[in-house]
Each structure stands twice: as C-alpha cells, then as structure tokens.
Write a protein of this length. Structure first.
Length: 143
C-alpha cells in the first residue's frame, strides 16, 4: 500500500499511541459466536485496529473519521478514512483498507515516538532541549 499520510508530529504521535478517556471512546460492533451483536468500547487507535481485524466487525468509516479528527486531532488520517468510506466496495474490502491505513499510521507514530520522550516523564525532568513541540524533547533511543 502506498502511504498517503504525512509523518505525524511528536505531539500527534503521542496522542495516537495513548488511550483516550471513556467519555471520548469510539463504539464498534462485532458478532459473537451466537451471531448476536456485541458493542465494544474502543479507547485507542490500536483498539480500533484490533476490532477491524475481526471478521464480523462493524465500524463506520464516517464515525471512525470523525473520531480520528475530533478526538485524536489527526486530520490526515480522518481524510484517508473518509475516502475509504466513500469509495465503492463491500464492507470486507473497506475493513481491509481501513486496517491497512491504521496499521501505517500506528507504525508512523511508533517510529516518531521512538525518538521522542515527553518532558513530563519524571526521568526526563530538567532534560528538555526543545523539539519544536511544547513539552516534547527529541532524542535518539539509546542515548
């Protein structure tokens, strides 16, 4: 898959990798073994990815896009998710495309976070060097 997403900023990467509050959760659906619908609270982008990997899951691309934009603050991911939802395709095809774009975004966020440490971490107090983002320090791992 070609990556249509620009790299996230350190602050955005941090938001993408952390759970949100219960009040900001996203709700998805899945069928259980009795073919009954189960609601599933999604508190992170990783939770959304796990749900989308289930064969009988339901997560509206429009709802996911709104959540990505409004709660996570990721306009680029929201636009990509919206375009997947607007493209012709069956739910399994859309689910596969959503899974791929979320995997790409999480990998980008993890790469960014591997070189960033939050200044608010007690181990880093008094160690800020400024990285262009308030409260974020850029530092290569292992050093």
């Amino acid at each position: 898959m070609q990556n249509p997403l620009p790299a996230p900023t350190p602050a955005l990467a941090h938001r993408l990798l952390r759970p949100v509050s219960q009040s900001d959760r996203l709700v998805g659906y899945s069928l259980d073994f009795r073919q009954q619908t189960q609601t599933i609270d999604l508190l992170s982008l990783t939770d959304a990815l796990v749900l989308l990997r289930l064969p009988h899951s339901r997560l509206s691309p429009g709802t996911l896009a709104s959540w990505c934009e409004g709660v996570l603050g990721d306009q680029a991911l929201a636009a990509a998710v919206r375009s997947i939802g607007e493209a012709p395709g069956t739910p399994p095809v859309q689910r596969r495309a959503l899974t791929e774009i979320i995997e790409v975004r999480l990998l980008q966020a993890m790469r960014c976070a591997s070189t960033v440490r939050l200044v608010s971490d007690p181990e880093n107090q008094g160690d800020a060097h400024g990285a262009g983002e308030p409260g974020v320090e850029t530092r290569a791992r292992g050093g």
